[in-house]
Design a protein around this ligand. Structure first.
Ligand SMILES: Cc1cc2nc3c(=O)[nH]c(=O)nc-3n(C[C@H](O)[C@H](O)[C@H](O)COP(=O)(O)O)c2cc1C
Length: 188
């Protein structure tokens, strides 16, 4: 699977030292370009992703010797995706009118990989909304730890909302300390 930086979701950072353009997005250069001729010459099956989910994309991929394409953004915006219907509609409308702006944000994801952020009014893509968000457990264990009057930590987060990290932490019986929680989480 060969994915260009145009792909939705995470993308690989540029090779070498990460340089940012004036808008704060990673700059990809010649070292990031894929020589599809050389890949095809290996004789192994490959698929192309990142901006190929269009009417002509599959044809371009076949022409380059690929078996097919991997599509993400189009599926995220289709009726069957789990994305909120209102958000999907706004994203599709903005995209259709050519007004949709998507930035490749090198800081948005805790993984450290650049991550696509679509600019949609009233969502976390806006600085003010982001700054005003309810703080979650920065330790990544539980989403809403809070400190009880006696100083112990309570958890309101139902197990159905636990992240895989929460589940692992619970299995190891590790809990964030009161001091650690108090630095970022206030009682709720
Ligand atoms: C919302 C979203 C989430 C994604 N999550 C993952 C993921 O968890 N792992 C992964 O390998 N690729 C992920 N992708 C990338 C897709 O598998 C696919 O390679 C990419 O979206 C193709 O480019 P396109 O968005 O231009 O169609 C994601 C893409 C989107 C849009």
């Amino acid at each position: 699977m060969i994915e260009t930086p145009a792909a939705g979701g995470h993308s690989a950072p540029p090779r070498g030292r990460m340089m940012l353009d004036p808008a704060g997005e990673p700059v990809y250069g010649p070292r990031d370009e894929v020589d599809l001729g050389k890949v095809a010459a290996l004789g192994l099956p490959f698929w192309l992703a990142g901006g190929y989910g269009t009417s002509g994309g599959l044809g371009r991929a076949w022409a380059a010797g690929a078996e097919g394409i991997q599509v993400g953004s189009a599926f995220a915006l289709c009726r069957e995706s789990g994305l909120d219907p209102g958000l999907r509609r706004r994203l599709r409308e903005q995209a259709a009118s050519g007004a949709l702006q998507v930035r490749n944000d090198p800081r948005a994801s805790p993984t450290g990989f650049p991550f696509k952020v679509a600019a949609v009014a009233g969502t976390l893509s806006e600085q003010e909304v982001y700054q005003a968000r309810p703080r979650l457990c920065d330790l990544g264990y539980l989403r809403t730890p809070y400190q009880k009057a006696d100083g112990s930590i309570g958890y309101r987060c139902p197990p159905s909302q636990w992240t895989p990290m929460c589940v692992r932490a619970a299995r190891r019986r590790r809990r964030p300390t009161a001091a650690a929680c108090a630095t970022d989480c206030s009682p709720r």
